[in-house]
Design a binder for this molecule. Structure first.
Ligand code: ATP
Ligand code: MG
Length: 159
């Protein structure tokens, strides 16, 4: 549907306000000025953003911070990233992190709950929309996950 991308980015934070408050995590939302409306599958993309936001909160200690940002990249694609100051992911695990049921360090993950499906579902949705998803992480420093999606701009013909 025709979606206000700034509003979509801001709405994610609202859906997690309780958990954010409970962990005293601060969120900064950055939306590139002039980001237009676009035709996207709002429900699908919301599901991706919720999965990324849920991870950022779950794997960030109390008092940490998250930056959620949306911008257009040089190719005119929507690039949305969720950056946290959390526990990070060891280098050896990074290549597997989008696999179904893969979780870093069973002992560490078990106490947090979850099935290890969030990222694999997020990648499936993003790919179904012709986009891609990538992750950068440093252990004990933080993690950034970026989803990149092709856009059909307002005014142009949509599929
Ligand atoms: P689910 O999303 O199904 O509730 P999950 O969060 O464990 O469970 P994924 O979202 O697929 O599963 O993430 C896979 C694993 O990647 C997690 O178990 C965690 O070890 C690691 N991980 C994901 N996001 C982060 C993050 N932002 N910081 C640190 N580790 C992360
Ligand atoms: Mg998850």
């Amino acid at each position: 549907q025709m979606t206000d991308l700034a509003e979509m980015t801001e709405d994610v934070v609202d859906r997690f306000s309780l958990q954010l408050r409970q962990k005293a995590i601060t969120v900064r939302v950055q939306v590139e000025p002039g980001l237009q409306k676009a035709w996207i599958d709002r429900d699908g993309i919301d599901q991706v953003l919720d999965n990324l936001m849920s991870n950022a909160i779950k794997y960030t200690l109390d008092g940490g911070s998250i930056i959620l940002s949306s911008r257009l990249n040089d190719a005119g694609q929507l690039s949305i990233s969720v950056k946290d100051t959390g526990i990070g992911i060891p280098k050896k695990d990074l290549a597997h992190i989008f696999d179904r049921f893969y979780r870093v360090d069973k002992a560490r993950s078990r106490s947090m709950g979850g099935t290890g499906l969030g990222l694999s579902i997020a990648r499936e949705i993003v790919r179904a929309h012709g986009g891609s998803i990538s992750i950068e992480s440093e252990l004990n420093v933080g993690t950034t996950v970026t989803a990149t999606l092709p856009l059909t701009q307002e005014g142009s013909e949509h599929p």
